[in-house]
Design a binder for this molecule. Structure first.
Ligand code: GLU
Length: 448
């Protein structure tokens, strides 16, 4: 049996880290088995769903390299839900209810007050058939509940959590449809999973209790129950996912200079016992993706780790992958020179400015100014194939300086900075004229 998975976001906001993890893991699970990954837009809530979020989430997935092989929209499938619902009503697996929210709240309070679980008492189930019909025909619109089968426990073998067992007697019959005819999430999702041939549902553990009810919905629909796996919740470094991080959209990571490959490398492994490896691409992550490597402890999303992974990813990016994000006249050779110093691709332009623009002339100590003056003399005579080696070699002999004393004043004068890319690679990019100009300026500058 081929694996068919789906990512089912509600387009009521931007994708955040948790959504991205779910989408990615479904994709990886699918690719590991060579199956199909589908996108389902859960837009039954017309009030809160927005087209701009649909566009944004598709763009986000594309940026991450997650390509769905099919797409469905719940808002285009109401006729399908209607039909399945009619069958369930026929089989008396859904029933109409008329309690007001206040009445339900009161029932809850009474049960809780007696120390009992607040399970719906099924009072509406006792309403005789003719009275139901009369009320419905008179325009008194009911909401509808799915009738759980309480005769036997609900069980499934969760791909991450292991054997699960729920007692349906401890569960309320879930409301599946509101009085205005609109759908709640649970039933349409099960109907779609059947129609779309979904074999594996991988989602967050906040859905575990939904799964218990949905297992019975699949059975009531006469369909096989898919395999379920629920991932531990995502947390920040200090317990809960912070509000900021929890709501951080893909676009914000992108704007912050995070590469898609870094997010993928980190999130792909998050929650598993496998180490994060920045060199792994999607295909490599997919081939090693295994639900049995997931643990039940909360998965920690560490921003500092994302930064480290991102830097490692940037250090390996080829020029072709970044050319359109670099200053126009910056070529492949220049990229190779500055790349090891970058935490983000955008920082390349800072170094390019150091190469091609003007630098801040450092205020050096007297002896260092004299030393830089000697560097000017050396460079006036020689440049050659490897100017940096030539320059420092000659200065070493002339001044007896070595190490930091030999290199740092030159670096400061040539770049205005005390750190940066390999000078041997950088100096040819700066060029003879600019180098001489900068060295002369530093030799002469006594400070403000
Ligand atoms: N739209 C639901 C959500 O975003 C889908 C849950 C599911 O995967 O079934 O929570």
């Amino acid at each position: 049996m081929t694996v068919v998975t789906r990512f089912a976001p509600s387009p009521t906001g931007h994708l955040h880290v948790g959504n991205v993890r779910t989408a990615l893991h479904n994709w990886l699970l699918t690719k590991h088995h060579g199956g199909r990954f589908l996108l389902r837009i859960d837009d039954t809530d017309a009030e809160r769903s927005r087209e701009e979020y649909v566009d944004a989430l598709k763009a986000d997935l594309a940026w991450l390299g997650i390509e769905p092989e099919g797409e469905e929209r719940q808002s285009a499938r109401f006729a399908i839900y209607e039909k399945a619902f009619a069958r369930l009503a026929e089989a008396e697996r859904v029933y109409p209810c008329w309690e007001t929210p206040q009445e339900l709240e009161l029932k809850r309070k009474v049960l809780l007050g007696r120390g009992l679980p607040p399970v719906y008492d099924r009072a509406a189930l006792a309403i005789p058939e003719d009275e139901r019909t009369r009320r419905i025909e008179s325009g008194d619109k009911p909401h509808w509940r799915f009738l759980l089968d309480r005769e036997r426990p609900i069980e499934w073998d969760d791909g991450i959590r292991g054997p699960q067992r729920f007692d349906p007697a401890q569960m309320s019959d879930p409301v599946v449809r509101r009085a205005d005819g609109s759908w709640l999430y649970m039933l349409p999702s099960a109907i779609d999973d059947v129609a779309m041939g979904i074999t594996d549902v991988l989602r967050g553990e906040d859905h575990v209790s939904n799964t218990a009810a949905q297992v019975q919905m699949f059975e009531a629909l006469g369909a096989p129950v898919p395999r379920f796996a629920h991932e531990a919740l995502l947390t920040g470094t200090e317990g809960k996912l912070s509000k900021r991080l929890g709501s951080m959209g893909v676009a914000q990571f992108r704007d912050a200079g995070i590469e898609p490959a870094a997010l993928v490398a980190l999130l792909g492994r998050l929650g598993t016992s496998d180490p994060v490896d920045p060199s792994l691409d999607m295909a490599a992550l997919a081939s090693s993706f295994d639900l049995s490597h997931f643990g039940r402890a909360p998965a920690r999303f560490d921003e500092a780790e994302l930064e480290r992974v991102n830097a490692a990813v940037v250090h390996a990016l080829p020029y072709e992958a970044v050319a359109d994000r670099l200053p126009e006249d910056m070529d492949a050779a220049a990229w190779e020179v500055v790349r090891p110093n970058l935490a983000r691709v955008a920082e390349a332009q800072d170094w390019w400015r150091v190469v091609t623009g003007t630098v801040v002339t450092p205020a050096l100590a007297d002896e260092d100014r004299a030393y830089v003056g000697e560097a000017v003399q050396v460079l006036e005579d020689t440049w050659g194939e490897s100017p940096w080696q030539g320059l420092t070699g000659a200065l070493k002999v002339r001044t007896g300086r070595k190490g930091k004393a030999l290199f740092l004043p030159l670096r400061l004068a040539l770049t205005g900075m005390d750190h940066g890319p390999d000078m041997a690679a950088l100096l040819p990019l700066i060029g003879r004229d600019a180098a001489l100009e900068r060295l002369r300026a530093a030799a002469a500058w006594e400070g403000p």
